[in-house]
Design a binder for this molecule. Sequence first.
Ligand code: 5GP
Length: 129
Amino acid sequence: MASIFSKIISGEIPSFKIHEDDNFLAFLDINPNALGHTLCIPKKEIDQIFDLDDETLSELIVFSKKVANAIKKAVVCERVGMSVIGLEVPHVHVHLIPINNMDDMSFDTKISMTESQFNETMNKIKSYI
Ligand code: 5GP
């Protein structure tokens, strides 16, 4: 069965898409730690990041770098943190999270955002890609 993220890639499930190429997609996390929290995924559905072939892994990091640099310009923050967990969704994803301190990387603290805030954040980050 297709993962939630494969359904996002196909458009079956809606998302706030930031950037896309033939092999990768970036979109806003629906339950963000912070404004601008973005997920970068390979379109190839693989569960664990270190099972990716070397080329896809390298390209995912370079794709994530491009998105992270746009987030840094769009959102006021000290830096953009990167985390890979994958316990909830078995489809490789890199979390890019605007942070000001260590606690901002904790998945215990969540923010709520309206649809218009998601759209505004998506459009702002997209404008810096
Ligand atoms: P992890 O698997 O790394 O523990 O976390 C999965 C992440 O995917 C969570 O931060 C969660 O909010 C996000 N997520 C789960 N389902 C959806 C969805 O349908 N849409 C979006 N945009 N994010 C999702």
